[in-house]
Design a protein around this ligand. Structure first.
Ligand SMILES: [Zn+2]
Length: 177
């Protein structure tokens, strides 16, 4: 699947968006992270998957994060890491659903939905071929979603458009034509 979205807009099935927001809200104040999934088009989201477990503060990854600098020593919730076991389980589930990961997502608990320098560094290390969705839960009643295309050339904000689920399938088809 192509890394660089050809257009500047992410199409989000409304029902998937609502499910995602309520899943993140129900876990709040836990930080959430996962993948946005699609049947075909890298810019049309038809599903998502969240990781259950964040091993960021287990000794090995904690040491690694703290080696990045003071910010990570002081902010234990900066960054997220899935265990190899769960990564494999999630990968198998994505395949079983017949989908591909097209974007990464993580929630911010206190910060707005900006893509920070820290987010950029962590993204480039691990997710070079995906775009990134930030969901800010600063106001849990009104989550803010912003999507970004991230590459060595820099960060570019992508539009997020909610569409009816059936419309996503239509648009996916159209984008292949
Ligand atoms: Zn972040």
């Amino acid at each position: 699947m192509s890394a660089e979205p050809a257009n500047l807009e992410i199409l989000f099935a409304e029902a998937v968006h609502d499910r995602l927001v309520s899943a993140i809200r129900s876990r709040f104040p836990r930080k959430c992270f996962g993948y946005l999934l699609s049947e075909r088009s890298p810019t049309a989201v038809t599903d998502f998957i969240l990781f259950e477990e964040n091993v960021r503060n287990e000794p090995k990854s904690r040491r690694q994060f703290e080696s990045y600098g003071r910010y990570f020593v002081e902010h234990h919730d900066a960054g997220f890491v899935a265990s190899p076991k769960e990564t494999w389980r999630v990968q198998k589930e994505i395949w079983a659903r017949g989908l591909s990961e097209v974007g990464v997502l993580h929630s911010h608990r206190r910060h707005p939905a900006n893509f920070s320098g820290i987010d950029y560094e962590l993204h480039m290390e691990r997710f070079e071929n995906l775009w990134h969705l930030i969901v800010s839960m600063r106001n849990p009643l009104l989550p803010q979603l912003r999507a970004f295309s991230v590459s060595r050339r820099g960060v570019r904000e992508l539009g997020v458009r909610l569409v009816r689920s059936t419309a996503v399938a239509d648009l996916e088809g159209a984008s292949l034509a």
